[in-house]
Ligand binder design. Structure first.
Ligand code: AMP
Length: 284
């Protein structure tokens, strides 16, 4: 496994790879790797002859300084794991490599950028799309992999690639969960015993909601049920709960048959902000 710290090294290495006509998969991450990330790497290994993983804690996507400063880092351990997963190249750029100049352009996002994460984390998606654009341009992968856990992010990256004609396929990979049901997240490392135990109720709440919605209970009734359920746990403070159609990411209140929906949640567990979602279809 090669570790590249500069774009020049990365491009030199990839030139050789491309001359052998290999297909290249890219897995962008912010490090502190866990089973969710491993699933993306494995998917890329299955689909491609060559896999690049990037590790970069992107400052422009953090709207909260404290969250950025406290973001977990474990580069040495991450590199060992990536080696054991037979990742081919790890790209670990510095801030100077990623942002040699402060960006002078940005993204105007449509309605999908205004809801949920876009509403509660102003500027977040602009930062995500800047960093992802840079990574896609540097690596020029055939397929790039993103987790369902960050569903709105996946959707906006798909729109980015389609609208700006990036020659890449954007692939969604299912959320990987701990035994308790809690979605793996680098931020889980910051949860203490009780908060960690209570955090799995976000997923349990989502499952209760999914069951009701599948049985034709309108979201206007389901939402307070989940809110009440989550009130039982002292460390959980709900930020939003939304139902969206996954095809176009429009917020809806009712479900129709043969369409895919996602019930999405963001909540603070103690002072750690977590997001999750469940995707489902209604067959009648
Ligand atoms: P991050 O390092 O948090 O920026 O995540 C890097 C990628 O891993 C993103 O595409 C995430 O959506 C994905 N990811 C994070 N957690 C999970 C999970 N539990 N299951 C699947 N993918 C995940």
């Amino acid at each position: 496994m090669e570790v590249c710290y500069t774009t020049t090294d990365l491009i030199t290495d990839l030139q050789q790879v491309r001359s052998k006509h290999s297909s290249i998969g890219l897995v962008p991450t912010m490090g502190a790797l866990h089973e969710g990330h491993f699933a993306l790497i494995r998917e890329s290994k299955r689909d491609n002859e060559f896999t690049v993983c990037s590790i970069y804690v992107n400052p422009t996507q953090f709207n909260d300084r404290d969250d950025f400063n406290k973001y977990p880092k474990s580069l040495e351990k991450d590199l060992k794991i990536l080696d054991s997963l037979s990742c081919d190249i790890v790209f670990c750029p510095s801030d100077e490599e990623m942002y040699p100049v402060k960006p002078r352009v940005g993204f105007t996002l449509g309605t999908v950028g205004d809801i949920m994460e876009g509403k509660y984390r102003p500027g977040h998606f602009n930062g995500v799309l800047l960093a992802v654009s840079k990574l896609l341009n540097k690596v020029q992968p055939d397929i790039a992999y993103f987790g369902q856990k960050d569903l709105q992010q996946y959707m906006l990256i798909r729109y980015l690639a389609e609208d700006l004609s990036f020659p890449v396929k954007i692939k969604r990979v299912e959320t990987v969960r701990e035994e308790s049901g809690l979605a793996f997240s680098s931020r889980n490392r910051r949860l203490s015993g009780k908060a960690l135990r209570e955090a799995s109720n976000l997923y349990k709440g989502l499952l209760k909601g999914k069951e009701k919605l599948s049985n034709e209970v309108p979201f206007t009734e389901v939402k307070p049920l989940i809110e009440n359920y989550l009130c039982n746990f002292a460390s959980i403070k709900l930020e939003y709960l939304e139902l969206v159609e996954t095809d176009n990411f429009q917020v809806v209140n009712d479900v129709e048959s043969d369409r895919e929906y996602a019930l999405c949640i963001a909540a603070y567990v103690d002072d750690i902000r977590l997001i999750d979602n469940v995707i489902f279809e209604v067959d009648r």
